[in-house]
Design a protein. Sequence first.
Length: 173
Amino acid sequence: MAAPDPDCRIEPLAPHHDRAGFTCGIDSLDRYFRTQASQDMRRKANAVFVLVAPDSPAEVRGYYTLCATGVSQGAVPPAARKHIPRYPLVSATLVGRLAVSQARQGEGLGSLLLADAVRRAYASAASVGSSMLVVDAISERAAAFYEGHGFVLLPESLRLVLPMATLGGLLQS
């Protein structure tokens, strides 16, 4: 596996980014990025962040989205419950989508994008009130990727969670 280009940067989606040229091989993720991502940014429905390199700032190598969500207290695994408030609906930050360009898969860019999402979610948690980071994996393979990064799979679903208290510990180390 090649190391990610250290000069890559992650920035908010902007008009100069080539959305039409992006493909990750999963139709729903490609379609979202090409047709919906800019609208979501304008409407403040999702924050969309893209991974680019300085030598080709329009070429999108990957992207992810963040937005606010709520999770039912009963859906949270017992191991994570000790880190969240005892409200019926727990505030959280959702990584709604995460995709890497087919041409760049296998380079560790998914982990780079997730690390950036984790940092941004943790940094904003105190301002917006978020007890955990949530992902809805698109497949078993994607769920395994998130589990490999410390997320806990919720029973009978492909939803995974990571409490902000745990994130804080990971970011401090």
